[in-house]
Structure formats: C-alpha cells, structure tokens
Design a protein around this ligand. Structure first.
Ligand code: ADP
Ligand code: MG
Length: 514
C-alpha cells in the first residue's frame, strides 16, 4: 500500500507565511523553516542569480530595498508587481510562488517529498485573486487540493482546540463567532455559525489593502516628520533609509503593544536622533485605520442579519490584533472580552492543515470530521449596456454572501439571424457601474448552431464552487449543439507561462492543471 501523503496547510500571508501539518495523532503542528523559525517573512530578495526568501530578504530591506519584493499578496490580481526589480516586472503570483517554493523546499527537508497542499486566502479575495493564488502554488511545485478562507481556517483551528471536532465534543447549541483578522496587509471579518461540526459562514467583508503595514506607515510618517523638524532632512526620500526606518518602526509598533512609549533610532545622512513615540500618539495617528475596521465589522454583522447581542464570541486572528487599541475597540463594540485563545499567527495554517486532512480522508472514503459552508464575498455580474445612458452596467447575477456552491442562469438573446457567437463579460463587485468592478474575464460563446433566428435564447450558467472559484457553462435550448466556452481570464497567466515559471522556480515539469 502506498504511504498516505501528509496533510499540509499553508498560510501564505502578506507579511508572514506559516506551514502546518497534521501529526500522527491528527493534531496540527507548525513546521519550522530552514532557519528554525515558525514564521517565514513573506519577502523575496533578488540577489543576482539567486533568489532568497524570508528573514534574509527582510534584513536586506534596510540595505538593498530596491532588490526586495515585499507585500506581493497586496498586488495579487494585478498584472505586475508594483515595482520593477532590476528592471524586471514580475507578476505578483510569481513572487508568491518563490515564497511558496522556499516553504516547500524547507519542509521537504524535514518531512520528505509531498505535493498536495491547502493554501489559505483572505475571505475577501475575489475570484481573480483566488485563481492567482492557486497558480502560485502550481508554479511552486505543489498540487493545490483546495484553497480555504483564512477566517474559516482560524475558526476550524479554534474548534479543534476546543474539542468541537471530537466525536461528542461539539456544541449542541449553535454558536455565533465573529472572526476579526487583522494581518500585515489585509483585513478580513467574517461572521460564522458553528453548529455541531458544521462551520457556516454567514457574511464576510474586508479590505485587501488594510493591515498592520498601514499602521507601520503612520509610525514612519510620525517619526520621519519629527526627525525632519530637528534636522530638515526626510529619511523617507531615500529608498534604503526608508526601508531601514520601516523596520525600526515595525519593531517600535510591537513595543507599543506592551509599553506606553518607546524610542525609534533614526540615522540619516550623518545625522542621528532618538525619536520618542507614545502609545497615545500612535493610536491618535492611526485612529482612522481602526475606524475603517470597525465600520466594516458592523456592516458585516448587519449583512448577516445579526446584532451584537447575538454574537457569542469575537475571535482574534492576525498579528496586528495584538495592538491594545484593537481589543479595546472590539470590547466596547461587542460587550465581550475578545478571544485570543488561538495562536494569532499560526491558527490559520493549522486550520488549513485540518482541512487538508479532511480532503485526504475524503479521497480515501473515510468519514468527514467537520463540514464547511462558505459564501461568496463579492457579487457576480455580467456587463450590459444601459440603453439610455449607453454606460457599461453591472447586472448582478449572484449577490454577495450567497451560500456556496451556487449556480445561476442568465438568458441572453442573439441579436441577429444566424448569429454564431456571443461575448459575455463577467465582473465581481457591488458597483452598478461595470467599470468600477473587477473584470474576471470574457466568456466567448462560439459555434452556436447555424440558422438560429434573431432573439434566440442562449443560457449561460455561472457556477461558484465551495471555495469561491467560478466555472461558466453555456446551453442553447432545444439543440444539442456542442458549444465551446472559452473563459478568457483577465490578468491571469496563460498555461505556457505557468509551466515556464514552474520549471524555473522549482525545476518541475508541467502537469495537467486546470
Ligand atoms: P499576515 O497573515 O497578513 O502576513 P500576520 O497575521 O502574520 O499577517 O500579522 C502580521 C502583522 O502583525 C504585521 O503587521 C506585524 O507587524 C503585526 N504584529 C505582530 N505582532 C505584533 C504586536 N505584538 N503588536 C502589534 N503588531 C504586531
Ligand atoms: Mg494572515
């Protein structure tokens, strides 16, 4: 009998990544990297021909920032990373693939070869970003069994820790959990119902461009301005000095989580200073960021049709929830003591490993320990032209927060006799204007049977998988025509590029992949 593959979950974070595996007893454990650390900084240093990921890349930010790619997760879904490195423009998922490859190589050295993994994504990631994350896994030499939402993964890790996943340990009365995840670069809030061993998402929202990193930037501004008042020089104007200052400020931010004040050393163009920052100054300078998370949290609760009295638990996830201002705000809002019982930085990877274990068990016909029910985080729409204004309009087909999986049908009509093709543009977003939404792709329906009269119906089915990935299918009623639907994705790397990068990054040959 072949050996059962290990159940591996990866939290590919904006600032830190974590790999976890289920041990013999089925418990999730964090796997350390080659440096012996549980958390791997999600940064990539391009050093001539060498690509270095993790701690050394983080250090290099202070001295050779122009060669370091940081926060690539924030750019996922865009065509290229926001800065060119050595004149080269990398797709963000390629940078993510370099990070994943290091995680693969380091953990392989400890546990032996494996391919199958589950990777986590913010619940608020749209379809394009989900696809790009799966592509990153492929380029890193993995077989991505599934992607799972980070708050769901955290809730599963929490449920496991509480013994809810054991045979009789689950709570018999439904429990409402609000998962507040403030990481380095993304903010996610999800309202979930835990019922028996079922984890059901009720509503989710967030901000893919809000996280601890923004708090750092405010501290950088605070310190740089104080330095400039003393020396009439601004360290932010130089990439290296700015990189170094950012590292100092990120440290200082952590200190301010436990101490009321700290000093940030600044050394720029021969001038040095020790700038004092108090927690109060820091909190005042970042109040609006916190308010944005509060606003989103309340909105999500409303979207779930609930009020604070109904919430049983506020679960804290993400390193940035260690800031006292976050806990204080949530305490005031909810009237509950926020629950920090799961390891803020590792819970997501642990939940992903539990999900990987579930998928492997399922493939062997074993019973499932728990069930996940997800919702879509963005409305799905097709683009139409408003007959009056001639503007491109978003016609919503599947509203956000719809339980998944789900299928919706939309009927299009041919415009002229013998029309042989139709083009459907698919977007995600809430705005009525199509141009304010994310274009997922263009679906061209070709080979319609000949001789169809004008106004013939064409049925287009949109199917969301439980993990938020989309499939499109087309039918023409009363015909058996085999219709080609090619879903041409926007900002997505074609298969040949994925294969080329895969070979380059991890030395593996292409495999079938959809
Ligand atoms: P991600 O998953 O987005 O990479 P993490 O959950 O690992 O993020 O959180 C990283 C963020 O948490 C960083 O911005 C880091 O500065 C912040 N962080 C970690 N520990 C603390 C702390 N003690 N106080 C304040 N912020 C912290
Ligand atoms: Mg995270």
């Amino acid at each position: 009998m072949s050996k059962q593959p290990p159940a591996i979950g990866i939290d590919l974070g904006t600032t830190f990544s974590v790999v976890a595996m289920l041990n013999e007893a089925g418990q999730p454990e964090t796997l350390v990297n080659a440096e012996g650390d549980r958390l791997t900084p999600s940064l990539v240093l391009f050093d001539n021909d060498q690509v270095i990921v993790g701690k050394e890349a983080l250090k290099a930010l202070a001295t050779e920032a122009e060669w370091v790619a940081e926060c690539a997760k924030r750019d996922i879904g865009h065509r290229v990373f926001h800065k060119a490195i050595g004149g080269k423009q990398y797709p963000p998922e390629v940078i993510e693939a370099f990070i994943l490859n290091k995680l693969r190589v380091d953990t392989t050295a400890r546990i032996g070869d494996y391919e199958k993994v589950v990777i986590t994504v913010p619940a608020y990631f749209d379809e394009v970003r989900r696809k790009a994350t799966q592509d990153a896994g492929y380029m890193a030499g993995f077989e991505v069994m599934d992607i799972i939402n980070e708050p769901t993964a955290a809730a599963i890790a929490f449920g496991y820790q509480k013994g809810f996943l054991s045979r009789d340990g689950f709570p018999h009365k439904p429990e409402i959990i609000l998962v507040y995840d403030l990481g380095g670069g993304t903010f996610d809030v999800t309202v979930m119902e835990l019922h028996g061993r079922e984890f059901r998402a009720l509503a989710t929202d967030g901000d893919v461009r809000l996280g601890g990193f923004d708090w750092d930037q405010r501290l950088v501004d605070l310190v740089a301005e104080a330095f400039a008042r003393q020396h009439f020089l601004d360290p932010r104007e130089d990439a290296r000095a700015a990189g170094k200052l950012w590292r100092e400020c990120e440290e200082a931010k952590r200190t301010l989580s436990v101490r009321p004040k700290t000093f940030v050393p600044v050394d720029f163009m021969g001038r040095t200073a020790r700038i004092e920052v108090t927690r109060q100054q820091f909190e005042e300078a970042t109040q609006d960021l916190l308010d944005r998370t509060r606003f989103t949290t309340e909105q999500t609760l409303r979207a779930a049709g609930l009020t604070w009295e109904k919430v049983d638990r506020v679960l804290l996830v993400g390193g940035a929830t260690r800031m006292p201002m976050v806990r204080e705000m949530l305490r005031k809002l909810s009237g509950l003591e926020p629950d920090a019982s799961v390891e803020a930085d590792e819970a997501v990877a642990h939940g992903a490993a539990l999900h990987a274990g579930l998928l492997l068990a399922k493939s062997q016909g074993k019973p499932r320990l728990f069930k996940i029910k997800n919702v879509n985080s963005h409305s799905l729409g097709v683009v139409g032209i408003d007959p009056l204004t001639k503007r491109r309009r978003n016609g919503i087909v599947i509203p956000r927060n719809t339980p998944l999986p789900t299928t919706a049908r939309r009927i299009f009509r041919t415009q002229k006799d013998n029309q042989r093709s139709i083009l459907v543009e698919v977007v995600e977003g809430e705005s009525p204007s199509a141009d304010d939404c994310t274009l997922i792709g263009r679906c061209s329906v070709r080979n319609l049977p000949p001789g169809l009269p004008a106004k013939s119906p064409v049925h287009v089915y949109f199917h969301y998988h439980p993990n938020g990935r989309l499939k499109v299918r087309v039918e023409v009623p009363n015909t058996h025509a085999k219709i080609e639907t090619e879903f041409k994705r926007e900002n997505s790397l074609p298969k040949e590029h994925l294969d080329g990068w895969r070979k380059y990054i991890c030395g593996k040959d292409p495999t079938d992949y959809t």
